[in-house]
Design a protein around this ligand. Structure first.
Ligand code: FE
Length: 238
């Protein structure tokens, strides 16, 4: 009897223990089950969030890379007047009246090194001359003038502060002459005030510049695009 009682008690204990294990099991399973999905959802939530963020960053970086480029426009206002009348210089045989009004002489396909020329026109008292007409002409890279049309010929007018700009190719030397651009200055009412030439790099030491050093242009640092820039002021007897 004692043995049977002991067996029954042992069986009862076993059943009780199994019941407890089954009761704890389901309690862990939801924890584990929730934990895994939760962790997966976090991963899924992070991944899409991060992906767009990286995309946005990349987009921002790409957006920043091609920063808008602005044309390099020189500050024309602080160019001082020398107070010395600009030297006259020979007109030469190739002047043609009636050139077109244009501040850019460079045409499509034209060979040469572009240069931006700018400056001011002053009277003998260093007052800026507004509305002055500047007529320019030069030879091409082969040293030839266009004596039929107006290639590399054109005129511009000064603004209210006497400023002018001209885009051209850098002149080259020809038949022993140093690189130069011819120029005539007219008053706003059409009176011719000056005929001269502007001399460029390579003219130093030439007879023309030795006798009139004020006719050498002043080179500035090229702009951010590498374009040559020079200053030349005209001081004329008004
Ligand atoms: Fe010439």
């Amino acid at each position: 009897m004692k043995l049977r009682l002991a067996i029954i008690l042992l069986l009862g204990l076993s059943i009780l223990l199994m019941g407890c294990t089954q009761a704890d099991g389901p309690a862990e399973t939801p924890d584990s089950g929730v934990g895994l999905p939760s962790s997966s959802m976090e991963t899924m939530a992070v991944s899409p969030t991060n992906t767009p963020q990286r995309t946005e960053v990349a987009g921002t970086e790409l957006g920043d890379t091609p920063e808008p480029t602005t044309a390099q426009i020189p500050d024309l206002t602080p160019i001082p007047c020398s107070g010395m009348l600009t030297s006259p210089n020979q007109e030469g045989p190739f002047y043609s009246p009636g050139s077109p009004e244009r501040s850019n002489l460079i045409e499509a396909g034209m060979p040469g090194v572009p240069v931006l020329i700018f400056g001011r026109v002053f009277d003998q008292d260093c007052n800026p001359i507004p509305g002055a007409k500047l007529d320019f002409w030069l030879a091409d890279v082969n040293g030839e003038y266009d004596n039929i049309g107006y290639r590399l010929r054109g005129h511009v007018y000064t603004d209210q502060e006497g400023n002018y700009t001209l885009e051209s190719i850098e002149p080259t030397s020809y038949t022993g002459r140093p690189p130069h651009i011819h120029a005539k200055v007219f008053s706003s009412d059409g009176v011719e005030l000056l005929t001269t030439q502007m001399y460029f790099a390579g003219s130093e030491g030439s007879a023309d510049v030795s006798t009139a050093p004020d006719l050498l242009v002043t080179y500035l640092e090229p702009d951010d695009n590498g374009q040559l820039q020079v200053i030349f002021n005209f001081v004329v007897q008004d």
